[in-house]
Ligand binder design. Structure first.
Ligand code: CTP
Ligand code: CA
Length: 220
């Protein structure tokens, strides 16, 4: 049996949440812990890939010497870092939970408590995966994630198409033990012509399943 290897390949990964500042002490964020993205980074590195991990704020660390981490805070910073590494990367995996919107203006002083209501105007962030999808070359392989509560498969399929992804990993928030902050995950991997359902597993095992299928598509 030949050993599966990504020797000579570079993998660009996004992971974790983004934080969109409101003022010097507050931000808009989400519950992403980055566990799935960091597990994928270790998996790719263990199989010989050079990994560029663009990470939003997390408590996690990396272990493999072939993982280079670029820490970022906002979607805009994540996008800039991704643009820097994307062109040279063979595989792109967008595992980050990027904030869809950010405050239109960031107050440079702490916002003081005043009236009974406070409205913060938000503007849309760049869709990193979609923007990259428009510059993807034939030899590059891209993978996205989707977390859905409703119409799961059709929404994920729509994202696959819109973002020009080769594969999308669907986590259902309806499955107990899947999604944010759990150590386990239950995924369905959707490709243009195939759907693969997996059992509830540790995020480490889930990462290996995802990476194995990517390997199959590149080398198989
Ligand atoms: N994504 C991204 N940049 C964004 C938003 C999402 O790169 N600004 C990526 C995510 O990393 C993920 C995929 O796009 O791989 C799908 O993210 P998701 O939030 O599920 O989809 P959206 O297109 O943002 O749609 P919605 O949140 O409305 O479901
Ligand atoms: Ca979103």
């Amino acid at each position: 049996m030949t050993q599966k290897s990504f020797n000579g390949k570079t993998v660009l990964l996004t992971a974790g949440p983004t934080h969109e500042p409101i003022d010097p002490v507050r931000f808009i964020g989400n519950h992403s812990t980055g566990k799935m993205g960091y597990a994928l980074a270790e998996c790719f590195a263990a199989m010989g890939a050079k990994v560029k991990l663009v990470s939003g704020p997390t408590n996690l660390q990396t272990y493999h010497a072939n993982i280079k981490v670029k820490h970022v805070l906002t979607a805009e910073e994540m996008y800039k870092a991704v643009l820097k590494y994307a062109e040279a990367a063979d595989v792109w995996v967008f595992a980050a939970a990027v904030a869809d919107y950010r405050p239109k203006t960031v107050a440079d002083r702490k916002i003081k408590k005043a009236g009974d209501e406070l409205t913060i105007e938000l503007v849309k962030n760049v869709d990193i995966a979609a923007a990259l999808g428009r510059q993807k070359e034939e030899w590059q392989f891209s993978v996205g994630f989707a977390l859905e509560t409703d119409n799961e498969n059709s929404n994920a399929r729509e994202k696959l198409r819109k973002k020009n992804l080769d594969m999308i990993v669907l986590n259902s928030l309806n499955d107990p033990g899947a999604g944010f902050a759990h150590d386990t995950n239950k995924i369905t991997i959707i490709e243009e012509h195939a759907t693969h359902s997996f059992e509830l597993k540790s995020k480490k095992e889930v990462a290996q399943d995802i990476v194995n299928l990517i390997w199959e598509r590149i080398y198989g």
